[in-house]
Structure formats: structure tokens, C-alpha cells
Write a protein that binds this ligand. Structure first.
Ligand code: NDP
Ligand code: 2IT
Length: 451
């Protein structure tokens, strides 16, 4: 094919939209990557000829299945389960499982696509996948959750495996759900293999896996600040979410001398001008996990804090922001407000929390902006380390793992600098992460030929 025959960016995106109707999240994720990759591959004939981006943007397979379970009142309930296996060029498919009513094919395809680049950035041999169900864990009894997890795994088990696809947690799936799913996998197959990560410490889990995503996102932020000779000491941080990623991000901000002042859930956010301490964060963790409470209750427990129903926290003045709840929770106007209020750094703990308009606002303002595929890679990185420990039948110490997590996040940061330094002291971390992640996967695909 002559180089002039190559489809241009607009033509490529039209094709993505045409082939994926009613899948706005997937189209958005592909566009964010393609914006950088088109410029990068302009003079690289092999990537065009072999249709690499086109192939990465088409999942290897999407498995969709029925999940039946019985609720506590004896009603038969029917949910839809999925596993999207996006790309296994550099290792077995790897990525979390999400249980949330908003889960559909578009959401899981975007997550599996993002995961492909993120996993490549960690430097560990992991391909990209994601799964989940529109099951809503809110208001369900523990027994109902167990029965759902067992039923979900009764189909999923035939699509996964230690060298095939290794799921983990995500929204609505934590240690308890992983335990139920691992138990069912083991029961069906009679095999104790590395088929899931995020396991309990008693049965092959890794130290610091629960902390890794939030801690990693703050390490990445600290790495970006260090380039500007700054630290987190004394910085005010606005954080969204109050789950696994958000609470551990808040914890690490405190460890590094910063002051987190907000947390949120899907109903609203709390603002604590005095700052969240480690004790307050521990209370939130217990309240959300064991009591399955709402963030609004924080204000009854800690005086001086205020609750803002139906609002997101981006209007609170801050130095740094960590969106750690869900996709498209930070829009163009929110980004403009953050910039206007003097925010200098944003590190995405969640996957694609900033919409495309917001990403462009941050880029235009030339602030430090770390996209999720770089900033939240610490979680899957420690999942990769869990796989290594299981294969070796040993466990590393917390000190060793903490150091490995820090080193991996610094490595990702350096990779972003390689492709993202734009001159004049500005680093485009979105571009850096997209190109570094793409290049590794693309070069492996070139080696395999047309498969
Ligand atoms: P959790 O289930 O522990 O917490 C999710 C939090 O986000 C809750 O506070 C929840 O509030 C809030 N939330 C969920 N949906 C919405 C919504 N539609 N609008 C507003 N708030 C919402 O999940 P995690 O902390 O594990 O995941 C958070 C984000 O981090 C996700 O984007 C996930 O993909 C990403 N991530 C997670 C990793 C991990 O290791 N767990 C690794 C890398 C990224 P509520 O209780 O009201 O639902
Ligand atoms: O989005 C993510 O990186 C995760 N939910 C974690 C995936 C994993 O395999 O640990």
C-alpha cells in the first residue's frame, strides 16, 4: 500500500464510530490514544502497513453471558456478565472485574483498551482485559453477593487461566468478592493456580496490593512535582471517590505531608477544611467497607466538615487533584475551574475520569496532568508482582514490595518523559504514556505477523 493511501485521523475515527455504535466510552478512549498515535506513526510505514492501531482497537474477543442467581427472598434474578480480552501481545490478558449497574459492553471495551497500554507501561508481561457485570452490590446481603460471585465464576472460569487471562478487582469488587470467585474457580477446576489477583494474604495474595493503586497515583504525582523541584509537603489535595483507590490515595498524600480536604461518592462530596487525618481515613475505610455506609455520614462523625449533595468536589480550591471514582466525572468546566483556582497537578487514580474536553483544557493550560493509564498502573503492577510471587511459591516482604512499587511508578514516569517532553519545560504526560504503551505492544504485534 502506498503511504498516501493511509486513512487519516478523521477517517480512522469515523470507522471506529461506525463499527462501535452506541459505545461512546470506547470511542472516547480510542480517540484519546489515536490523537497522539497518528502523529507518532506518521513516518513509520510498518505500523500503517500492518494496521496496528486498527487491530489494537478491535478486542481479540468479547464474551457475554447470562448470570442467574437467587436473592434472599427466593426470586430468580438475571444479570449480564462479560469478559473483554483486548490484546495479549505481551502477556496473558490481565485486568479487573467491575460490578456496577452502569456496566455495559462500551464501558468494558474502553477499560480493556486502556488496560492494554497501562499494563505495557508497567514493564511487566501482561496483556489487557476487563470484565464485569451490571450487578449492583449496593443493598445486597453478603450471602447474595456470594451467590452472585459463584454464579458469575461458573461461566467465567472457562475463559480464564494463569496463562490465559488473570482478572482482579475494580469498582464493586474487592478482597471479599475475589475470595468468593477464587473459591468457586478452585471448586470447579480442582486447581490452585494464579487465576485471580487481589487475593487474601492467607491464600496467595500479595502485601500492599490493596494500597497499590492509590499509593501509586500519589507517587506519580510526586514524581511530576519533583521535575518542577516541588513536593507534596503542605499541598492541599482534592480527591473524589471514597473506595479503595480514593482512601489509599488520601493516605499517601498524608504520608507525604499533604492535606486531603475532600472525598466523595455517587451522591455527593464532603469538604473537611482541616484536612483528613490517617484516623479519619481509617474511619471512612471501615464505614464504606464493613458498614457499607455513605460518605455523607462523615459530617456527623467529624465536626467542621460539610456535605454537598449531588455535587463533585472540583470547585474546592486546591494545589493538586486526584479523581479516584469513575469515568467522565471531571468535565471541561470542572477542569477550567481547577485551573482557574490554581491547581498545578492532576493525577488520575480512576480510569478516564477526565472527559476529552477536560484533557484538552489541562493540556492547553500546560499543568502537570497524569492520565490514568500511567498514574493508576500501580495496582495492576502489584497484581503482576502477585503473579510472580505465586509462580515462585514465595512472598516478598512489605519493604521489598513498597520499593518495587515506587520503582515501577518512577519507571513509568521516565517512560512518559521519553515521548512527552515538549520543550520549554512542559511534559505532555498523555502523549508520553500513549506512545510508550503503544510502542511496546505494537512492536510485539509486528513480530507475530498478521495474526
Ligand atoms: P470502589 O468500588 O472501591 O470505589 C468506587 C468509588 O467510586 C466509590 O466511592 C463510589 O461511590 C464511587 N463511584 C462509583 N461510581 C460512581 C459514579 N457513577 N459517580 C460517582 N461516584 C462513583 O472502586 P475502586 O476504588 O477500586 O475504583 C475507583 C476507580 O479506580 C475506578 O475508575 C477503577 O477502574 C479505578 N482503578 C481501580 C484499581 C484497583 O486496583 N481497584 C486499579 C486502577 C484503577 P458509591 O459508593 O456511591 O458507588
Ligand atoms: O484498572 C485496573 O488497573 C484495575 N482494576 C486493576 C487490574 C488488575 O489486574 O490488578
Amino acid at each position: 500500500m502506498a503511504i498516501t493511501d493511509h486513512v487519516d485521523f478523521n477517517g480512522f475515527m469515523e470507522g471506529v464510530k461506525r463499527r462501535n455504535p452506541h459505545q461512546p466510552e470506547f470511542v472516547q478512549a480510542v480517540q484519546e490514544v489515536a490523537e497522539d498515535i497518528f502523529a507518532f506513526i506518521q513516518d513509520k510505514e510498518e505500523y500503517h502497513e500492518q494496521q496496528i492501531l486498527r487491530r489494537i482497537a478491535e478486542p481479540d474477543r468479547v464474551v457475554s453471558f447470562r448470570v442467574c442467581w437467587e436473592d434472599d427472598n427466593g426470586n430468580i434474578r438475571v444479570q449480564r456478565g462479560y469478559r473483554v480480552q483486548n490484546n495479549n501481545a505481551i502477556g496473558p490478558y490481565k485486568g479487573g472485574i467491575r460490578f456496577h449497574p452502569s456496566v455495559n459492553e462500551s464501558v468494558l471495551k474502553f477499560l480493556a483498551f486502556e488496560q492494554t497500554f497501562k499494563n505495557a507501561l508497567t514493564g511487566l508481561p501482561m496483556g489487557g482485559g476487563k470484565g464485569g457485570s451490571n450487578f449492583n452490590p449496593k443493598g445486597k446481603s453478603v450471602r447474595e453477593i456470594m451467590r452472585f460471585c459463584q454464579s458469575f465464576m461458573t461461566e467465567l472460569y472457562r475463559h480464564i487461566g494463569a496463562d490465559v487471562d488473570v482478572p482482579a478487582g475494580d469498582i464493586g469488587v474487592g478482597g471479599r468478592e475475589i475470595g468468593y470467585m477464587f473459591g468457586q474457580y478452585k471448586r470447579i477446576t480442582n486447581q490452585f493456580t494464579v487465576v485471580l489477583t487481589g487475593k487474601g494474604l492467607e491464600y496467595g495474595g500479595s502485601l500492599i496490593r490493596p494500597e497499590a493503586t492509590g499509593y501509586g497515583a500519589v507517587y506519580f504525582l510526586a514524581n511530576m512535582l519533583a521535575v518542577k523541584d516541588m513536593t507534596l509537603e503542605g499541598k492541599t489535595a482534592v480527591i473524589s471517590g471514597s473506595g479503595n483507590v480514593a482512601t489509599h490515595a488520601a493516605e499517601k498524600v498524608v504520608h507525604l505531608g499533604g492535606k486531603p480536604v475532600t472525598l466523595s461518592d455517587s451522591a455527593g462530596f464532603i469538604h473537611d477544611p482541616e484536612g483528613l487525618t490517617l484516623e479519619k481515613i481509617d474511619w471512612v475505610k471501615k464505614h464504606k467497607t464493613y458498614r457499607r455506609g455513605r460518605i455523607a455520614d462523615y459530617c456527623d462523625e467529624f465536626k467542621g466538615a460539610t456535605y454537598h449533595e449531588g455535587k463533585t468536589p472540583w470547585g474546592v480550591a486546591c494545589d493538586v487533584a486526584l479523581p479516584c471514582a469513575t469515568q467522565n466525572e471531571l468535565l471541561g468546566d470542572d477542569a477550567r475551574t481547577l485551573v482557574a483556582n490554581g491547581c498545578i497537578g492532576v493525577s488520575e487514580g480512576a480510569n478516564m475520569p477526565t472527559n476529552l474536553e477536560g484533557v484538552h483544557v489541562f493540556k492547553d493550560a500546560r499543568i502537570l496532568f497524569a492520565p490514568g493509564k500511567a498514574a493508576n498502573a500501580g495496582g495492576v503492577a502489584v497484581s503482576g508482582l502477585e503473579m510472580s510471587q505465586n509462580s515462585e511459591r514465595r512472598s516478598w516482604s512489605e519493604t521489598e514490595l513498597q520499593q518495587m512499587l515506587k520503582d515501577i511508578m518512577s519507571g513509568i514516569h521516565s517512560n512518559c518523559l521519553t515521548y512527552g517532553e515538549m520543550g520549554g519545560g512542559y511534559v505532555d504526560y498523555v502523549k508520553g504514556a500513549n506512545i510508550a504503551g503503544f510502542k511496546k505492544v505494537a512492536d510485539a504485534m509486528l513480530a507475530f505477523g498478521v495474526v
